[in-house]
Design a protein around this ligand. Sequence first.
Ligand code: A2P
Length: 281
Amino acid sequence: ELDTIKLADGTKMPTVGLGTYLINTPELMDTSIKAAYEAGYRLFDTAQLYRNEDLLGDTLTKLGIARDQIFITSKVAEISQGYDNAIASIDDSLTRLKTPYLDLVLVHWPVHEHFFETWKALEQLKKDGKVRSIGVANFEMSHLELLKTQAEEMPVVNQVECHPYMSQKSLVQFDKENDIVTQAWSPLGHGAVLDDPMLKKMAAHHNVSVAQLVLRWHTMNGLAVVPKSANPERIKENYQLDFDLTEDEVDMINIMNRNQRTGREPELVYELGKQYKLRKH
Ligand code: A2P
């Protein structure tokens, strides 16, 4: 099945979801979610850090979309890490999103000394039925290795920055070997890859846009994606991925890597975590 990807816990997760970072007015949220739902999207990806969970909750309520028709992801913010904080923060997320459960919750960043306690909180939230699947974001192999030896359950998703200029080859391989689905955030490199001459040529050959080409490259590599757009036309375009690339084409994109990040360096966030003052709920 092309539309969904099976997680290690048996859950089917939509392969393509809408990223909502910076969708932060009621009007933008309404038009984006409406366009996405009509185009076929069923996964909506938010985070406590995005400060738009309440907007997403309002819009989903307004549109009258049945809860069991959609998949909602959120993420525990850095300042809400630690066991008790994480539990309380997810209760707040559920209130803002106006839902009794989340389909997927991720530890947003590995934060020094706190991420393991945060992970244990997610294991508990899953037992309590407040969260169906649990995963991580921006975790490197070292952080996942620690979970492998200490955690009761392993994450089923690792959401990381991934695009042709930052293809994360070894991390994606490591995830695969550990039954973790890699989900790409900024799958278009925040737009950085859209002007690439080689990608333009390849896209023209398939009669698709560079965005479509790159998103299909991700899914052909077995990744899930959460492209962000607040433009109804582009939202629709990003869901139309009904074409195939040849193995050679996939390989040609695989070797474009430049280790070029558009976002933060996970190791830096991990180290900074030593100084984080956690919010007490
Ligand atoms: P917009 O919201 O105006 O569509 P990423 O998900 O890699 O971070 O990329 C998001 C950025 O790329 C946003 O600035 C978004 O702008 C833009 N974008 C998303 N989809 C497309 C597309 N199909 N064509 C061109 N730009 C896009």
